[in-house]
Design a protein around this ligand. Structure first.
Ligand SMILES: [Zn+2]
Length: 161
């Protein structure tokens, strides 16, 4: 395999299955949740950043129009941040890599709304596309570090390196 030019996220098959199941269970609404993992240590200048997802935490979609948008339950978000803070220093340390959500009737790519909401620099967005209630593609994107830049496509790897 040629080495990808952009960031890489390892997301094991059990987590991919979990994402598909969450997207189909929430249909016709958007599912959402948090992606927890860790950056893969790399030598300086070794290439694009690489991350390993270790687990997912499902959150309620609190948006008033959950069929077309999502808003992570802030209580879940805060709870995860608190737990990660308490476990900081443990090896291997986990961190919040980003979040996931589904597009009940759309492709696994950032929507115009997603672009407007990408306010956390370098946050990873995992998106599940569905058709007729069935999960299709899953893709990952990294939010821009600058407000006027676009998402960067993240290469998903099903098997951790
Ligand atoms: Zn979206």
């Amino acid at each position: 395999m040629a080495s990808p030019a952009g960031p890489v996220l390892s997301l094991g098959q059990p987590l991919l299955d979990q994402l598909r199941a969450a997207a189909e269970a929430a249909y016709p609404e958007e599912c959402c949740g948090l992606v927890i993992g860790r950056p893969v240590p790399q030598a300086a200048g070794a290439g694009p950043p690489s991350y390993v997802a270790t687990r997912l935490v499902a959150a309620n979609n609190r948006h008033a129009e959950p069929r077309i948008a999502f808003e992570l339950d802030p209580a879940t978000h805060l709870g995860v941040l608190r737990q990660l803070r308490q476990s900081a220093g443990q090896v291997p340390a986990e961190c919040l890599l980003g979040h996931y959500h589904s597009h009940p009737e759309g492709p696994a790519a950032p929507s115009p709304r997603d672009r407007r909401q990408a306010t956390e620099p370098d946050h990873i967005w995992v998106i599940i596309g569905l058709a007729q209630g069935r999960a299709q593609a899953i893709s990952a994107w990294q939010a821009p570090a600058a407000a006027d830049a676009d998402f960067t496509a993240v290469t998903l790897v099903a098997d951790p390196a």
